[in-house]
Design a protein around this ligand. Structure first.
Ligand code: HEM
Length: 505
């Protein structure tokens, strides 16, 4: 009996100590504050649990306080590092590229949604997709993309929607509009299909759009399970988010299958567009073609719309930046004998350095892909001395990098396009310091195309309309899906610009 009491007491004491450490940490840990707090068995889990609703900001604060901006993140059954250190990023994305593939875990979590599409494959499967797709991103395709695709969507769909909103004083969700625009655009470019999501009253294609959004956010939610095995259990039982994910994926697959089937029934040239290039290889199964379609929709729909949503929100509270952009546009119009409302050519878009800098600056603060992960194949030592064990994950934190005082100076949190300009020209930054478009052999294929699309939209909208975000003076909540979106959308008021009204009159 006495022995039992002694054991109970000891157990009670140890448990109390553990709970105390769990929720308070040690004062020593608090004062040093280097890296994530780690507890026996549970690792970083308690801190992760407390901060999961503010994951990006919490991890940013932690990395800023680490001497080399790198920290170890432990969860039961899953350990890895998160880094915001350019030298480490160069090693994982370029110099030791072969050692850092996407890895089995990443691929397994996204497999249901993305299959083995370019975003979710390694090795030969990735290489062959990269090579085939890269033909679609040459300068000739880019020029055609501007003239045939972006300009038409702007003039026939986007501007009429904004004009109606300005006349009826209707509040618009600009994020939603931009996603529809980008979706129409990428479908036309990659598969020559016009889903008309932005057409009509702007509600067509709604079911597919919602399903795609759900599939992306629920798939990325699998990475955020506090106890990772719960995702598998939910999937096995087909309950909770996994049930919703299954339904969303079914809708997305049906849409992609329709595109492939109708294309198979047409006689299309082998190199007419991205899909026909992949279909030319008869070994590619319909399921693989479907994976390719979905990856490209994801690449094109969710990235530029995210960047532009944050850009318009930032601009709402920075009238001087807006004026600088308008002045640049006016200068280009005068030089080229154009009026407001005339479309900008590929070369004119390239002259817009201030606008380029402003969009880049928006992406520094709100990168569309804020954090990205790889797996470590063999033990490695990072340039900053961090040891990485075989099987660990390695994430680079683009969002944190954009907010590092050590990299961008004291005003790192300010929206300041000027920091990108040298003698009026937007300067290039090392992709390892600014990995918004990734870096190394897997660098984004669509970077130039994305800038063309974003600059065309921003220029055409800004010279005709004043866009005022309803929440311009509030901090917005972020929604961490596979891309960084604004939680609840971006409600804006749209007014015709007086200079533009004068020009029309
Ligand atoms: C602001 C716009 C964009 C940003 C910030 C962006 C960013 C990125 C990032 C971070 C990756 C690496 C993802 C990973 O593998 O983990 C990536 C890859 C890729 N992006 Fe983009 N992207 C943008 C627009 C586009 C557009 C418009 C397209 C094409 C329509 C595109 C096509 C691709 C493709 C095909 C890859 C895969 C490259 C590979 O794995 O080899 N991107 N992008």
């Amino acid at each position: 009996m006495e022995l039992f009491s002694a054991q109970s007491f000891l157990l009670f004491f140890l448990l109390s100590l553990y709970v105390y450490l769990l929720f308070n940490g040690t004062s020593k840990k608090k004062s040093i504050n280097k890296g994530f707090k780690s507890y026996p068995i549970l690792g970083t889990l308690p801190e992760f649990w407390q901060n999961r609703h503010r994951f990006l900001d919490w991890t940013t604060e932690t990395l800023s306080s680490c001497p080399t901006n790198t920290a170890i993140f432990r969860r039961p059954g899953k350990t890895g590092i998160i880094t915001a250190n350019p030298s480490n990023i160069e090693r994982m994305l370029k110099t030791n590229f072969e050692n850092y593939p996407k890895g089995d875990r990443f691929i397994a979590l996204l497999q249901d949604f993305l299959g083995r599409g370019i975003f979710n494959s390694d090795g030969e499967l990735w290489k062959v997709q990269r090579k085939t797709a890269s033909y679609e991103f040459n300068t000739k395709s880019l020029r055609n993309f501007v003239m045939e695709n972006v300009t038409v969507e702007i003039n026939t769909r986007l501007i009429p929607i904004l004009t109606r909103a300005s006349e009826t004083v209707r509040v618009l969700d600009l994020q939603d509009i931009l996603e529809r625009f980008a979706f129409d655009n990428v479908c036309k470019l990659a598969f020559n299909v016009d889903p008309g999501c932005l057409g009509g009253d702007g509600t067509s294609g709604a079911e597919f759009m919602r399903a795609f959004e759900d599939a992306a956010s629920l798939s990325s939610g699998r990475f955020m399970y506090v106890i990772p095995v719960m995702a598998k259990i939910n999937k096995f039982l087909n309950i909770g988010p996994e049930r919703r994910l299954r339904n969303a994926i079914k809708t997305v697959h049906e849409f992609a299958d329709d595109i492939i089937q109708s294309r198979a029934e047409q006689k299309v040239e082998k190199e007419a567009d991205l899909l026909s290039r992949f279909m030319a290889n008869e070994e590619n199964s319909p399921e693989f073609l479907r994976d390719i379609v979905i990856s490209f929709i994801l690449a094109g729909r969710d990235t530029t719309s995210s960047a532009l949503s944050w850009f318009f929100w930032l601009l709402s509270s920075r009238p001087e930046v807006e004026q600088n952009i308008l002045q640049e546009l006016e200068k280009i119009r005068v030089q080229n004998g154009k009026d407001i409302g005339d479309s900008y050519s590929f070369d004119e878009l390239r002259e817009m350095h201030y606008l380029h800098a402003a969009i880049t600056e928006a992406m520094r603060l709100y990168p569309p892909v804020p954090i990205d992960s790889k797996a470590c194949l063999n033990d490695d030592i990072m340039p900053d001395g961090t040891f990485v064990k075989k099987g660990w994950f390695v994430s680079y934190h683009t969002y944190a990098m954009g907010r590092m005082e050590s990299m961008w100076g004291e005003n790192c949190l300010e929206f300041l396009p000027e920091r990108w300009l040298e003698n009026g020209v937007c300067r290039q930054e090392s992709p390892f310091r600014f990995p918004v478009f990734h870096a190394g052999p897997r660098m984004c294929l669509g970077k130039d195309m994305a800038y063309i699309q974003m600059k065309s939209i921003a220029a055409s909208v800004m010279e005709r309309f004043e866009i005022e975000a309803e929440d311009k003076d509030k901090d917005l909540d972020t929604l961490l899906s596979l891309t960084l979106r604004i939680k609840g959308g971006l409600p804006v008021n749209v007014r015709k610009r007086s200079a533009c009204v004068d020009a029309i009159n």
